[in-house]
Design a protein around this ligand. Structure first.
Ligand code: GTP
Ligand code: MG
Length: 200
């Protein structure tokens, strides 16, 4: 399940501009600043594959990265950045939802959830929307190094609470993985998980 090679392919401003080959892909979504770009860099062990920044809203396009010349990791714009005008929030939903509903080669959405804060309504809304639309998801809890009580070793209150809130809306709880792009926690688990889904 190793990543030997990753190349940036293109940025698309519309779903229909995305690459047209049928290689399987995984899309990463989550609140702005949750750590999507950092997670791509950590998966490939490179500092600057995807642009990261402390300022939310940096990634505004659908970015395709081709891994081992065989599958795609897709970095999507973050949702819910605090200062965005109402119109920009609407753009996120139509644009990104269109991609989710029409992308046949999408294997699963990696829904990134910040483990260092209590469950956020916007994340629950997103999880429920994906569930209702039968889009396969995996929860990726990020920033687990910031969980003070357990130092990332076991799920803390934020994660447990999130799972309880989700449980009501799923017959089966989607797979979930704890990660930290700082300590490398969860990297091998996530790579193995994606390789199993690709070969399924
Ligand atoms: P947008 O592109 O704006 O949607 O943000 P993003 O989700 O791509 O977030 P990004 O990867 O740029 O990370 C945002 C901030 O969180 C940066 O300051 C990162 O250094 C920090 N960060 C990301 N992952 C982790 C993590 O696992 N642990 C800690 N402590 N900080 C992290
Ligand atoms: Mg980003």
């Amino acid at each position: 399940a190793k990543i030997k090679e990753i190349e940036f392919v293109k940025s698309s401003s519309r779903p229909k501009d995305c690459p047209r080959d049928d290689r399987p892909e995984f899309a990463m979504v989550g609140r702005s600043n949750v750590g999507k770009s950092s997670l791509i860099n950590y998966l490939v062990r490179k500092k600057e594959v995807a642009l990261t920044s402390k300022k939310p809203g940096k990634t505004q396009l659908i970015n395709h990265f081709l891994v081992n010349k065989s599958w795609y990791l897709v970095d999507l714009p973050g949702y819910g950045f605090a200062n965005a005008p109402e119109s920009a929030k609407m753009d996120w939903s139509s644009f990104t939802k269109g991609y989710f509903l029409n992308r046949d080669s999408l294997v699963a959405v990696l829904l990134l959830i910040d483990a260092s804060v209590p469950p956020q309504k916007i994340d629950l809304d997103c999880a429920n929307w994906l569930g209702r639309n039968n889009i396969s998801i995996t929860f990726v809890f990020t920033k687990c190094d910031k969980m003070k009580a357990s130092k990332g070793k076991r799920p803390d209150e934020n994660i447990k609470r999130f799972q309880e809130l989700i449980r009501e809306n799923y017959r089966q709880h989607p797979p979930w993985i704890m990660t930290s792009s700082v300590t490398g926690l969860g990297r091998d688990d996530l790579l193995l998980h994606m390789s199993q889904l690709r070969n399924y």
